[in-house]
Ligand binder design. Structure first.
Ligand SMILES: [Fe+2]
Length: 295
């Protein structure tokens, strides 16, 4: 039995007793006519630091999954683990398997996920292998894309370990260009997920030029561990938007504190509504809501 199967088994045994805890309250979209509903979290940093973290991650996955008409996607934008250890990956995917009811789980690689395995290639292979075996997918590289309800989810990934900077090759830039062309051809928005903000990518102007070449592009990132604030939503071009997702673990002096916040994507015919949510406590944070009109 692999470590992943064993961890899934253990988490499933504990989950069997779920009738002992109240089901999370169902939540509704802001408006009628929603076409896509997705939750975005980042920087979980699953590691040995604090066992309470895992409890809160499980709770957040359950809360995110309690969307009234179902959750189309749950995305985690990297630094999913503290240092890419096998037991940390096993915990992540066991939690997703047991507690996320999203139609699709999307996982992005972060710098922490590539550390501790001796080489970038080992880290990349571990990322791909866990993603495929746990989500019934067949990705063959660290960057990939999925189409969900007609919306394109484009996942970028660094192609070498440059510590806290990302390296996106020209091949990946060309691939992104083609994906954005497909994604936006019918007037729908494209969702780009990357661990790193554009400014933390080597030669960022190459990436930004491609993102700006298409309408209705929403680029989500983590990495910088910022709280919700004026930094959260930035219009970076005519219809290019940067979304700075707060880190889930939200380090604090109180070791029992977890921020648990993320961004809910609600896509409608003429706009995308971005709504900050506390996924541990199951509450909207209405001060941090942002509407992207489609052009
Ligand atoms: Fe991080």
């Amino acid at each position: 039995m692999s470590l992943l199967s064993f961890t899934v088994f253990l988490v499933s045994v504990f989950s069997f007793f779920s009738f002992l805890r109240p089901a999370p309250a169902a939540y509704e979209p802001k408006e009628e006519g929603i076409l896509l509903n997705a939750a975005v979290l980042t920087d979980l940093h699953i590691g040995p630091r604090n066992p309470i973290l895992q409890h809160n991650i499980n709770k957040a996955f359950r809360n995110a999954s309690a969307a009234k008409d179902g959750l189309d996607a749950l995305a985690i934008l990297g630094d999913n683990t503290m240092d890419g250890m096998e037991q940390q990956y096993s915990l992540l995917y066991a939690s997703l398997t047991a507690h996320s009811k999203a139609e699709h789980n999307i996982v992005v690689v972060g710098n922490h996920d590539l550390w501790g395995m001796g080489s970038y290639l080992n880290g990349k292979n571990r990322f791909i292998s866990y993603y495929n075996q746990s989500t019934d997918s067949n990705i063959d590289d660290i960057y990939y894309h999925k189409v969900i309800n007609g919306y394109h989810f484009i996942v970028l990934g660094t192609e070498s370990d440059m510590h806290t900077t990302a390296h996106i090759t020209n091949a990946q830039i060309g691939w992104l260009d083609a994906r954005l062309a497909e994604a936006t051809a019918g007037g729908r928005p494209a969702f780009v997920f990357h661990h790193f903000p554009v400014g933390r990518v080597l030669e960022p102007e190459r990436l930004e030029a491609v993102l700006k070449a298409y309408p209705n592009v929403l680029y989500f990132y983590g990495h910088v561990h910022r709280a919700l604030g004026a930094n959260t939503y930035t219009q970076a071009g005519d219809s290019l938007y940067y979304i700075d997702v707060p880190n889930f673990d939200g380090f604090s002096d109180d070791i029992f504190y977890y921020r648990g916040q993320g961004i809910q994507i609600e896509a409608y015919e003429d706009r995308v509504l971005l709504r900050a949510r506390d996924y541990i406590r199951g509450e909207w944070l209405p001060d941090y809501e942002y509407s992207v009109p489609l052009v």
